[in-house]
Design a protein around this ligand. Sequence first.
Ligand code: HEM
Length: 143
Amino acid sequence: MGLQNILGEAILSTGSDAIIAADQDGTIVFWNPGAQRLFGHTFEEALGQPLDLIIPEWLRGRHWGGFRRVMESGNSRYGADDLLSVPALRKDGASISVEFTIVPLRSDGRMIGMAAIMRDVTKRFDEMRMLKRKLAELTKPAE
Ligand code: HEM
């Protein structure tokens, strides 16, 4: 158990990836230094808030539909081999692109919440969009 605890502490305190956990109702109960860096809210500001804090308004319906379904079933389609990519809201109002894994949290076999490991992929998304635009221009038939 010694190594697992050290590893757990070290990984959770990373500043590179955001690690967030929410309880059954979707209230934020864990917010690591990476989450503070990505989204701008401190631990104190995020704790006790609904996940809506970082979800753009137009995606909240889809998110909560999926959240409730996974809370009931215990299974997410975004586990081992698939990542969810979404735009996210920062405290300063800016939008960033994040990619994340969803980890259902169980205690005694019962679902008690959900964790998410999120990474900022804004730079890669912007580069990809720019390359697609360039490619479209280059392959456009001559007029
Ligand atoms: C920027 C923040 C977030 C946005 C924009 C967002 C958006 C979404 C969207 C659009 C879906 C529907 C995906 C689909 O139907 O394929 C979804 C599903 C879901 N979200 Fe979020 N979400 C965010 C953060 C989170 C966080 C932090 C958690 C967990 C702590 C979470 C848990 C879930 C779960 C469990 C589902 C259902 C996944 C499944 O169907 O397997 N979300 N979300």
